[in-house]
Design a protein. Structure first.
Length: 333
């Protein structure tokens, strides 16, 4: 069944931390914090475009929801819960920090129909967490994950690649840990340098070097495939484009691309094509793939076409619903 979130961004509300990469209001492009009484209008405006029987969740994102004062959390949740009781939405999901999870909070979330808790884990390496100013160690991620699962919630563990002191091995270990901690979903965010953050200062002083786009795509591609293999759903790769994520506005440096996911999927197909077409030269071929993959086989802005050209292959690509995501049939046309 089709699934949609009604996102409600609560930037930096009650977050006393200053992770060195974070400037939530700039990332979400939103500076005003919606109050509980503003929530129905946001929900209603989304519901008006979602009347096709899909599964809908209200998603409190953008800050550390469970760091909000308890009473205020309850006010937000009770507004959202009215929509569950009315049968208009199926559940609530939210994002928060690992060290803002305890039994009392989980009881509250359970009472108001929260189904999924996404923790901003970012890394499971203590050196990286320390260098990023997260204010907790990887042990907090492990403890919170266990508590969330024990209380019957779905667990999401988000990760960032390219944080200060990060390297391929540390990010790769984070992937292993997210899988073994029992997450059923994740998001992969390449670290960007946003103006006004500590990271921006480090970058300007030459003490931090972000990943470049090819490296970020290459890591994301491998991690994405490992998560898929382990049945951990990857909900997002790369930040949502927003007006602020622009070099003329808040973005200072880093592997930002408005179509990062498409770049990554094109790279996945590049590998498949190189493997499957290894022995093919000077031929007219029809490649048949799942219809959702056709654009990725051509590559972002046709980036995979040079492979066909270098092999003097004349290629037609068609879709067949019966094929699985990475399946390809090759025939002569
Ligand atoms: S905990 Fe989350 S909201 Fe708070 S500074 Fe860090 S990344 Fe930003």
């Amino acid at each position: 069944m089709k699934h949609s979130n009604i996102p409600i961004f609560i930037p930096e509300l009650a977050c006393p931390h200053q992770c060195i990469f974070c400037n939530q209001s700039k990332i979400s492009g939103q500076k005003d914090i919606p109050q509980p009484e503003n929530i129905p209008a946001i929900i209603e405006s989304h519901l008006a475009t979602m009347n096709d029987g899909r599964e809908i969740e209200i998603a409190f994102f953008g800050g550390s929801f469970t760091g909000i004062p308890y009473d205020l959390q309850e006010r937000y949740l009770s507004v959202a819960y009215n929509y569950i009781e009315a049968g208009k939405i199926n559940g609530i999901r939210l994002s928060t920090r690992p060290d803002y999870i305890n039994e009392k909070i989980l009881d509250l979330l359970k009472r108001y129909g929260v189904k999924t808790i996404e923790l901003g884990a970012q890394s499971t390496d203590d050196t990286v967490l320390l260098a990023s100013g997260r204010g907790h160690k990887s042990e907090a991620i492990r403890q919170a994950s266990e508590l969330i699962l024990k209380n019957g919630f779905h667990l999401g563990l988000q990760m960032m690649i390219g944080l200060p002191q990060d390297n391929y091995e540390r990010s790769s270990k984070t992937v292993d840990d997210i899988i073994s901690l029992g997450a059923d979903n994740t998001r992969i965010y390449p670290t960007l340098v946003i103006k006004g953050t500590q990271l921006a200062k480090l970058y300007e002083m030459g003490h931090y070097k972000p990943l470049d786009i090819p490296t970020a795509v290459s890591w994301a591609k491998e991690f994405y495939l490992r998560f898929e293999k382990a049945n951990v759903k990857v909900l997002r790769v790369g930040l949502h484009p927003s007006e602020e994520l622009d070099y003329n506005k808040s973005l200072l440096a880093g592997p930002y691309h408005k179509s990062f996911m498409e770049l990554m999927m094109s790279a996945i197909w590049r590998d498949i094509l190189e493997r499957e077409l290894k022995e093919r030269h000077d031929e007219q071929l029809r490649l048949t793939v799942n219809p959702h993959q056709v654009n990725f086989v051509w590559g972002y802005q046709g980036s995979n076409k040079d492979l066909f050209q270098s092999k003097k292959l004349e290629v037609k690509i068609s879709g067949d619903e019966s094929l699985s995501k990475y399946e390809i049939k090759i025939s002569h046309c």
